[in-house]
Design a protein around this ligand. Structure first.
Ligand SMILES: NC(=O)c1ccc[n+]([C@@H]2O[C@H](COP(=O)([O-])OP(=O)(O)OC[C@H]3O[C@@H](n4cnc5c(N)ncnc54)[C@H](O)[C@@H]3O)[C@@H](O)[C@H]2O)c1
Length: 330
């Protein structure tokens, strides 16, 4: 039976990846520190489908201090997704968190995986390493990396760390994810906030003019690329994982308004520090080496996220109602 260690298993992408691995018959150990970036209960909910599965074991712990040796005894494939994500908070005092959860944690994972004789670590880099590129789409072997945020710098540093351990015989495969979205998207991400705003009728903070574009990647596609990277023969050190659906934020607002049947209330704000104007991925390398191609179209993908946000709101309000009823009865 194939074995995997998934770090960041309770997060957005990590929980979907863990489900995919279990569904494919793998034995999965998941590590997560339940960092306070967003609600612990949200992360526990992310793990809901894995609850009770004999193929999944959760270890709660911080990769900056956790003894990884016992978790790597049978040399699993490591999928290292844990990190402190988000661009905005990486400025100022927040950077300390990013250096720990991104750079230190990643160095410890590479070090421990190499010592345990693991064959491969597939890990999450980011499109943020490109910054504002001179030409699009970005190509791994050609486009220089020039991050515009401290977050991007930590991911860039992790790519350098990966090269060092790769030089020592550890296969590292870094995936530059381009704006991943879909069910369970992190609550700090624009699409999720927009879905919540549309359903609640509250203002959506629109930073900049809405003309900034992203190569949106549905989480099912991001997970598929990640899974394939764990199995591929002789993979490269870095792959772009972009959904091939570049759209502006203004386009996304229009599509979600159409799907929700409501107009968004926009709260216009200035550009955010660290935000790039455009992202777009050339995914030829992932197609050729991993046999991967994105399959979820933007409208269908947005619908899947909106439906999830709607279902979650219903479940939460039902839970609140039954708590209130219990309190009245008590
Ligand atoms: N979501 C995106 O659009 C996107 C884009 C580019 C790159 N990425 C990268 O993909 C990965 C997953 O992102 P996500 O959106 O699922 O984020 P997420 O915050 O939902 O998941 C990350 C998980 O890692 C855990 N974690 C953080 N630091 C830890 C530590 N020191 N020890 C153990 N666990 C720790 C957190 O508790 C969290 O559950 C991250 O590395 C992120 O930087 C995400």
């Amino acid at each position: 039976m194939r074995r995997a260690l998934v770090t960041g298993c309770a997060g957005f992408i990590g929980s979907h990846l863990s489900e995919r691995l279990v569904a494919e018959g793998w034995q999965v150990v998941g590590v997560d520190a339940f960092t306070p970036y967003y609600d612990r209960d949200d992360k526990l909910d992310n793990l809901g489908a894995l609850d009770g599965s004999p193929r999944f074991m959760l270890v709660e712990g911080d990769l900056c201090t956790l003894d990884l040796e016992p978790l790597l005894e049978d040399a699993p494939v490591v999928f290292h997704l844990a990190a402190q994500p988000g661009v905005r908070l990486s400025f100022g005092e927040g950077f300390a968190r990013y250096t720990a959860d991104n750079m230190l944690a990643t160095q410890r994972v590479f070090e421990a995986a190499a010592a345990a004789g693991c064959r491969r670590v597939v890990w999450a880099s980011s499109s943020s390493v490109y910054g504002d590129a001179a030409a699009y789409p970005c190509i791994e072997a050609e486009t220089p990396t020039s991050p515009r945020s401290p977050y991007g710098v930590t991911k860039r540093a992790c790519e350098d760390l990966a090269d060092i351990y790769r030089g020592q015989g550890l296969e590292t495969v870094g995936l530059r994810y381009f704006t991943v979205y879909g069910p369970r998207q992190r609550p700090d991400m624009a699409m999720r906030i927009l879905c919540e705003s549309l359903l609640e009728g509250t203002p959506f903070p629109l930073y900049g003019d809405g003309g900034q574009s992203r190569d949106f990647t549905h989480v099912a596609d991001a997970v598929d690329a990640t899974y394939r990277a764990g199995l591929a023969d002789d993979p490269a050190a870095i792959y772009n994982v972009g959904g091939g659906h570049e759209a502006t934020l203004a386009d996304v607002i229009l599509t979600l308004e159409d799907l929700a049947g409501r107009r968004a209330v926009l709260d216009h704000r200035p550009d955010q520090a660290g935000d790039v104007r455009r992202t777009a991925a050339d995914t030829t390398r992932a197609r050729e080496d991993l046999g991967w191609a994105a399959s979820v179209g933007l409208r269908d993908g947005l619908r899947s996220e909106l439906d999830w946000v709607m279902a979650r709101r219903k479940a939460l309000s039902a839970a609140t109602r039954s708590k209130r009823a219990a309190a009245v009865a008590g």
